[in-house]
Every structure is written in C-alpha cells, then in structure tokens.
Ligand binder design. Sequence first.
Ligand SMILES: *[C@@H]1O[C@H](CO)[C@@H](O)[C@H](O)[C@H]1NC(C)=O
Ligand SMILES: *[C@@H]1O[C@H](CO)[C@@H](O)[C@H](O)[C@H]1NC(C)=O
Ligand SMILES: *[C@@H]1O[C@H](CO)[C@@H](O)[C@H](O)[C@H]1NC(C)=O
Length: 330
Amino acid sequence: MLVRCYRVKPAVWAALFVLVLCWFYIFPVYRVPSDTEIVDEVLRQGGVWEKNQTGIDLYRKLLTDCCDPRRNFAVTKENSPMGKVLWYDGEFYHSHTVNNETYPLFVQRNPLQFPLKKCAVVGNSGILRHSKCGQHIDRADFILRCNLPPLSKDYVEDVGTRTHLVTANPSIIEKRFQNLLWSRKAFVDNMKVYGSSYMYMPAFSMKPCTDLSLRASYALADSSSNLTMLFANPEFLRTVGKFWKARGVHAKRLSTGLFLISLALGLCEEVTAYGFWPFAIGLDGKPVSHHYYDNILPYKWFHTMPEEFVQLWHLHQSGTLRLRLEHCPP
Ligand SMILES: *[C@@H]1O[C@H](CO)[C@@H](O)[C@H](O)[C@H]1NC(C)=O
Ligand SMILES: *[C@@H]1O[C@H](CO)[C@@H](O)[C@H](O)[C@H]1NC(C)=O
Ligand SMILES: *[C@@H]1O[C@H](CO)[C@@H](O)[C@H](O)[C@H]1NC(C)=O
C-alpha cells in the first residue's frame, strides 16, 4: 500500500504541475497597479511631456507591418471584393461572404485624406468634465470619438464640437434607437451633431452586429445624411488585438478607445488622447464619474481598461502620444 502511494504521488504532482502550468498559460498572472498607485505615478511625472519622433515613427511602422491601417481599417470594395469571406473577429468560426446585398454598401477605397497631421482621440471618461478641453480638441486636424457621445451645449466647452470619425457600438443603437426597427428618424436626427463625419461600425465582429449595421447604413443613405458609413474590417480588429496581446493586454476584446488610438498611431503624425482615465478617483483625489455624461458602469469594464491604460501611459512617457489628463490651459 505504502509503496503504491509512494509511486502514485510523483505522478499526481506532475499532473498537478501540468494543470497549474496550463492554468497560468490561459490566465496569466499579472498585477495591474491600483488606482492610487497610478495617480501617484501620474502626479510624479507631472505635466512634462516631450514629443519623441523616433517613438512615433516606430509605432507607425509596427502598426503598418502588423495591421496595415491605411489599407485595411475599413471594409472597402478594394480589400473586400464580391465573394470574399470576412471572418468575424468576435465570434468563433462565423463568417460573411460579400454578396450583392453588402458589396454596394462598401466605400470604394480608404476615404481618408493623407497625411493626417494632428489627431485627437476623445474617450468618454468623466475627467473631461470641467476640463475646458473643447477648443484644444476642436483645433486638431482629425477628431475621433467613441460610441456616439453626446455633444450638446452643456458639454461643448469640455469636449468640443467637431468630429471626423465616430464609432457606434451596436448595443447603443439597440438601446437608444430600438434596433432601428421603427425609430429611424430619431437616429438620423441625433446623428446630425456629428456633421459630415464617418460612422465606424463593427458590422462583421459578432452575428447580431451585421443586420443592425446594415440597417444603420440604409437609414443614413435613405435620409441623405451627411455621414458616411464605414464598416470596421474584422481582419484589422483581429490583428490590432494580437498586437496588443503581444504587449501584455490580456482582455478578450480591446476597448473601442484602444482600437481608435491604434488607428490614429498608424495614420497620424501626432496623436493626443483626451478622456482616457478608467479610474474612479482623479488626480486631485476626488471621485470621477465613469463617463463625462453619466456614471453608468458597463459590464466587464473593470478588468481590461486599467491594463490598457498602463500601455497608453508607457506611450505617453516615451513621447509617442500625449495623454491629456489635466485640465486644458485656457
Ligand atoms: C523614444 O522612443 C523610442 C522608441 O519607442 C525609445 O526607445 C526611446 O527611449 C524614446 N526616447 C525617450 C526620450 O523617451
Ligand atoms: C448579383 O446580382 C446580379 C444581377 O443584379 C446577378 O446577375 C448575379 O448573379 C448576382 N451575384 C451574386 C453573387 O448573387
Ligand atoms: C449636410 O450639409 C449641408 C452643408 O453643410 C447642410 O446644408 C445640410 O443641412 C446637411 N444635411 C444634414 C441632413 O445634416
């Protein structure tokens, strides 16, 4: 009996060891700094920031090599001809074959005019409130915003008025516009604040996104809206996800904000990010609301955003992009 136990034990230990290894492989151990640690770190650095052309050129090259944003960030007639199979990036083994119904909705080619000089990527964090960054943001040459944010009078001073590209998550269209099954006029009217910008929707990321994005596209086209629909290219989203995963972002899916910053780093000569602060306390130690317009916490938000922030903070420290965390000078 004893002998048998003695023999079994190493095998059990070996099996346990392998299990633990697998566990760490699937759920790697990494420690994201706490809110207060981040605040201390940011305060220690102070407002000092210097542009680093080497870093900017390096990241543009890295992103061009992995993900080719210039050619690939949107689905176009050029990169997705009839019959092309688009594999969904947020869904296991699901694809869409470009057909007579979808092909005409694609733009011919990447419509952005290069070079894009100064870009502003605007996140929706509560630190924008009372920031007085509106004029700073509006002075950029290309302004990217996340998830149909409100730009009404109350917020103009802090977030500005101009937009060149705005993302729309299907979930917000589902909630605010009842899936566009009947309230299409409300949708089109609400989109007027974004002027003649591009609306960027992940039409081929998850199954329910496709019909909804097509409906949004028809709604804009039928109403002779000034917005142009661009469908996010699932191949681009997948490669950008891999790019950050290799750099320590373990989220199942990146936030829209990090996708937009990656796009800007690949396309723009200079990137400033506003409203990226996923913490509940601000640099002054006071509470910060989740969004500049409300304090509704989305589901699953906590796990990924601080980790993404650490990456952005490294880029800020090296001068590759500028994170605006303080109020803007008048
Ligand atoms: C500038 O960026 C490069 C590449 O990321 C980096 O190696 C270098 O240390 C940066 N310089 C400064 C002063 O941070
Ligand atoms: C697309 O539509 C044309 C006619 O409008 C038809 O001839 C063609 O077979 C269709 N192609 C596919 C792939 O359905
Ligand atoms: C589109 O832009 C033109 C010119 O700026 C403007 O006159 C028109 O009202 C806009 N249309 C919509 C639906 O916003």
